[in-house]
Design a protein around this ligand. Structure first.
Ligand SMILES: Cc1cc2nc3c(=O)[nH]c(=O)nc-3n(C[C@H](O)[C@H](O)[C@H](O)COP(=O)(O)OP(=O)(O)OC[C@H]3O[C@@H](n4cnc5c(N)ncnc54)[C@H](O)[C@@H]3O)c2cc1C
Length: 376
């Protein structure tokens, strides 16, 4: 609930309380504990956004034979060489330190092998296993621990508050933002010296989509209205294996990448393992874009199921192994009357995320420069 009067002042305003927003708050508080930090979130802090939905995990070159160069190369190949290479390098180079921070400072517990080393699982397009995870609920682990850290730093939290627009002073300098308390309908003004926009993208504009429903792209829109530059808006990722569940809200919900990493097969309605036609070497372990395009092609060319999907089958792993490694995924399929452990499940490409930057933990945009100023 907003305080009275509804003009609030802060040093740093962070819009969005997913992984990016909360890690940013943590970094700011650790850099200068005297700063006042305000987190504005459309949902509950720690329980809104997509980070808590992350199942698979996060890639970092931490294996004994792996290297930053190999991770960078895989990232560029996976990106079809369209990547901003400096940002891709920053992601790759920074990833091990982020994992270390999450474990040693934030308190996350990731899966380890019997020798005590981080258990790195395979994802598509990787030349080495490098996905750090907590079973298939990695996001819940990260957001739960980050939530605890927020109590430590004492940031002010404005939950159920939607950021509406950036406001500028008479000299054209950024001065703050307007908010709407969505529980009461009351508007407010938040005056801030720095504003970090960590609202993510708006993949929910697609009919079949995976993200949290509050991810409507309004963070991007408020930047656009304020004349800020937006980059790479066409770069939207489709995950190849979203559930097909008719009118259910579960349509589009992701069945995680680790399933293909662990050896799941993809079949069309004719029983063909169609990935052989699209990437004969990597098959189902190809990158998301290749697998998503392949499945889409099968569906639009009439080789999909009557409901508009293809089939994902991992039953050869056995019920016990599936329960141990993919218990959440199995439960998700049971909600729609299928069962991953006992039969194939219908899946379709699903809009996954679209953002300006590749790293889940880099803040999406830092407001401060107007487009006119950038052009000078
Ligand atoms: C189902 C699923 C599985 C995924 N699995 C993986 C994976 O295995 N590995 C991986 O690397 N990535 C994965 N991703 C992608 C990953 O979740 C995102 O890249 C990352 O979590 C984005 O973090 P974020 O903090 O930028 O956004 P989010 O975590 O989405 O947080 C956005 C925040 O902004 C708030 N917000 C939005 N608009 C406003 C507004 N106008 N005013 C105030 N607040 C607002 C939201 O309420 C939320 O708190 C997955 C995504 C999905 C959807």
């Amino acid at each position: 609930m907003l305080p009275e009067p509804a003009v609030i002042e802060t040093d740093i305003a962070i819009i969005g309380s997913g992984g990016a927003g909360l890690l940013c708050a943590l970094a700011a508080a650790d850099a200068d504990p005297t700063l006042s930090i305000t987190i504005v979130s459309k949902g509950a802090v720690g329980r809104s956004g997509c980070t808590r939905m992350v199942q698979g995990g996060f890639n970092a070159a931490l294996g004994p034979l792996d290297s930053l160069d190999a991770h960078f190369r895989d990232t560029l190949i996976g990106g079809g060489f369209l990547n901003d290479q400096e940002m891709a390098w920053a992601l790759v180079e920074g990833a091990p330190a982020v994992i270390d921070l999450l474990e040693s400072q934030v308190g996350c517990l990731f899966d380890r092998d019997v020798a005590g080393a981080l258990d790195l699982k395979p994802f598509g397009g990787q030349s080495f296993n490098r996905t750090v995870h907590r079973a298939d609920q990695t996001g819940l682990e990260i957001m739960g621990r980050l939530r605890d850290q927020m109590f430590r730093i004492g940031a002010r939290e404005l939950e159920d508050c939607r950021a509406l627009d950036l406001v500028f002073d008479r000299h054209g300098e950024l001065a703050g933002l307007t908010l709407l308390d969505t529980r009461t309908g009351e508007p407010a003004v938040l005056l801030a010296r720095t504003i970090v926009i960590a609202t993510g993208g708006g993949a929910t504009m697609y009919k079949i989509a995976a993200p949290a429903r509050e991810k409507t792209g309004d963070g991007v829109a408020l930047c656009f209205r304020a004349g800020l530059e937006l980059r790479d808006m066409e770069m939207l990722q489709f995950h190849p294996t979203g559930l097909v569940a008719g009118a259910s809200r579960l349509t589009g919900a992701v069945l995680e990448e680790g399933l293909r990493g662990a050896g799941a097969y993809l079949y069309n309605a004719h029983g063909e393992r169609f990935m052989a036609r699209y990437d004969a070497d990597r098959l189902e372990r190809s990158t998301r874009d290749v697998v998503a395009r392949a499945a889409y092609t099968e569906i639009v060319e009439g080789r999909g199921t009557p409901e508009g999907g293809v089939l994902l089958d991992i039953t050869h792993l056995g019920v016990d192994e599936i329960d141990r490694r993919f218990g959440q995924m199995r439960a998700r399929t049971q909600l729609i009357g299928s069962d991953l452990a006992t039969g194939p499940v219908q899946v379709s490409p699903t809009a996954h995320f679209g953002r300006r930057r590749a790293s889940p933990f880099q803040c999406s945009m830092i407001a401060g420069k107007k487009r006119e100023q950038t052009k000078q």
